[in-house]
Design a protein around this ligand. Structure first.
Ligand SMILES: Cc1cc2nc3c(=O)[nH]c(=O)nc-3n(C[C@H](O)[C@H](O)[C@H](O)COP(=O)(O)OP(=O)(O)OC[C@H]3O[C@@H](n4cnc5c(N)ncnc54)[C@H](O)[C@@H]3O)c2cc1C
Length: 342
C-alpha cells in the first residue's frame, strides 16, 4: 500500500484525495496536511466567534458552471446537487455576473461544505495546523518536514498550495525543477484583496433589494453579499451575515498593511455605500495575498510532475483557473499522473 501525502486541504487537495480513494481504493493510504486550523483553503467558511450559528464565506462565493463544464463535469455537479451541498442561486444579484449561459449555484452550508464533502469521501487522515517547510528525497521516498520539527516519510507527495508558497519550500523540490518548469512557475500571478465578514444580531434588518451586489463606483469595495440571504438561510433566531471584498487595486496597494489597520477603512467605505447598515456584533477581516490566479501556468496543464519516482506533483488552481471547475480539472490531472507513477 502506497502512503500518499496531499499538502493542502483546499478544493484541489480534497477532490484529489476523493478521486484517489475512489480509483485506488485500499491500494493507497491517504494523509492530508494543512497549515490552517480547518479545511477549505480559499473556500473557507468562517463562523462568528460569539454568535456560533452564523457564518460567512470569506473567499469563494458561488459556483458558476459554464455550459462546457456543466457537461464535462456533469457527474461532479450531480453528486453535489443530489447531496444538497449545492443549490441553484436564485437570490437577486445586482451588477456584473457572467452572461455566458453559465448556471450559478450556492452552498446552503457555506463553501467549505464542498471541500468537507470530498475530504469525508476520501477517508484520508487529516492533520491540521501542520505547516510544511521542506521536502527531502530519501531513496524511494519523500521525507516531509513540518514547522514544529515533525518529519514523516511518504511514497508520494502532491502539493496544492499557491505557487509562490511552493517555491518557498526548502529541500530538494526547487533543485529538481527543470529550467522550463521554474520559468513556468515564476510566471504565475495572483490578485490580492481584503475580505470582511460581518455578523449582525438576530432581528437586524438590512434594507436592500439584493443578496449580492457588485459595486462599480468605489475605489475600496468591489463586492458585497448578504451571505445569509445569498444562501437562503435567513431566520428570525439567527442574525444576518455579510461579506465584503475589496477591489483588487485596493488590495494590491495595501498588500503589506496589517489587516487590523485596513478593517476601519473598509468599514467606513461600507457605511458610505450603505448608510443605514445596522451595527454588527462582530467583524472579521482577512487578507487574501493569493486571491485568484490572474496568470496561470502556461497552457493550463492541470498539474506539474516534478519527479515521477518517487512521485512529487504540484497542482491547484494556478495550473488551470481559479474556480470550482479549475480545481476539479487539476485534481483529475493529478490523479491520472499519480496513478501512472504509482
Ligand atoms: C476572495 C475570493 C473570491 C473567490 N470567488 C470565487 C467564486 O465565487 N467562485 C469560485 O469558483 N472560485 C472563487 N475563488 C477561487 C477559489 O476559491 C479558488 O480557486 C480555490 O479555492 C483554490 O483551491 P486550491 O485547493 O487550489 O487552493 P487553496 O484553497 O489555496 O488550498 C491550498 C491549501 O494549502 C494550505 N497550505 C498553504 N501552504 C501550506 C504549507 N506550507 N503547509 C501546509 N498547508 C499549506 C492552505 O492553508 C490551503 O488550505 C475565489 C477566491 C477568493 C480568494
Amino acid at each position: 500500500m502506497s502512503r500518499v501525502l496531499i499538502i493542502g486541504a483546499g478544493l484541489t487537495g480534497s477532490v484529489c484525495a476523493c478521486l484517489l480513494r475512489r480509483e485506488l481504493q485500499n491500494k493507497v493510504s491517504l494523509v492530508v496536511w494543512d497549515k490552517s486550523r480547518g479545511s477549505g483553503g480559499r473556500m473557507s467558511t468562517s463562523r462568528s466567534p460569539d454568535y456560533g450559528s452564523s457564518s460567512v464565506d470569506l473567499g469563494a462565493q458561488y459556483i458558476s458552471a459554464t455550459p462546457q463544464y456543466a457537461k464535462s463535469h456533469h457527474s461532479f455537479y450531480e453528486e453535489l446537487l443530489s447531496e444538497g451541498i449545492l443549490k441553484r442561486l436564485d437570490a437577486p444579484v445586482e451588477g456584473m455576473m457572467s452572461n455566458d449561459g453559465s448556471s450559478h449555484y450556492m452552498t446552503p452550508l457555506g463553501m467549505s461544505s464542498v471541500v468537507k464533502h470530498y475530504l469525508k469521501q476520501s477517508g484520508a487522515e487529516l492533520v491540521f495546523e501542520r505547516h510544511v517547510t521542506g521536502l527531502y528525497r530519501r531513496g524511494a521516498s519523500w521525507e516531509v518536514h513540518g514547522r514544529g520539527g515533525e518529519k514523516e516519510v511518504f511514497d508520494a507527495v502532491v502539493i496544492t498550495m499557491p505557487v509562490p508558497q511552493i517555491l518557498q519550500l526548502q529541500g530538494d523540490l526547487t533543485e529538481l525543477l527543470s529550467p522550463a518548469q521554474r520559468e513556468q512557475l515564476d510566471s504565475v500571478r495572483y490578485s490580492s484583496r481584503f475580505a470582511l465578514g460581518l455578523f449582525f444580531p438576530a432581528g437586524a434588518t438590512i434594507d436592500v433589494p439584493w443578496a449580492v451586489s457588485y459595486i462599480a463606483n468605489s475605489p475600496v469595495i468591489r463586492y458585497v453579499a448578504i451571505d445569509s440571504r445569498k444562501r437562503n438561510t435567513e431566520s428570525e433566531c439567527r442574525g444576518p451575515s455579510m461579506v465584503v471584498h475589496t477591489s483588487v487595486p485596493f488590495g494590491v496597494q495595501h498588500l503589506e498593511r496589517d489587516k487590523e489597520d485596513m478593517q476601519p477603512i473598509i468599514l467606513q467605505e461600507l457605511h458610505n455605500i450603505l448608510p443605514g447598515l445596522p451595527q454588527p456584533i462582530s467583524v472579521k477581516c482577512h487578507k487574501w495575498r493569493y486571491s485568484q490566479v490572474s496568470v496561470s501556468v502556461p497552457g493550463c496543464p492541470g498539474q506539474m510532475t516534478v519527479l515521477s519516482r518517487p512521485p512529487l506533483l504540484c497542482g491547484g488552481d494556478a495550473f488551470t483557473h481559479s474556480n470550482y471547475d479549475g480545481c476539479v480539472e487539476s485534481a483529475l490531472r493529478l490523479c491520472d499522473a499519480l496513478k501512472s507513477s504509482l
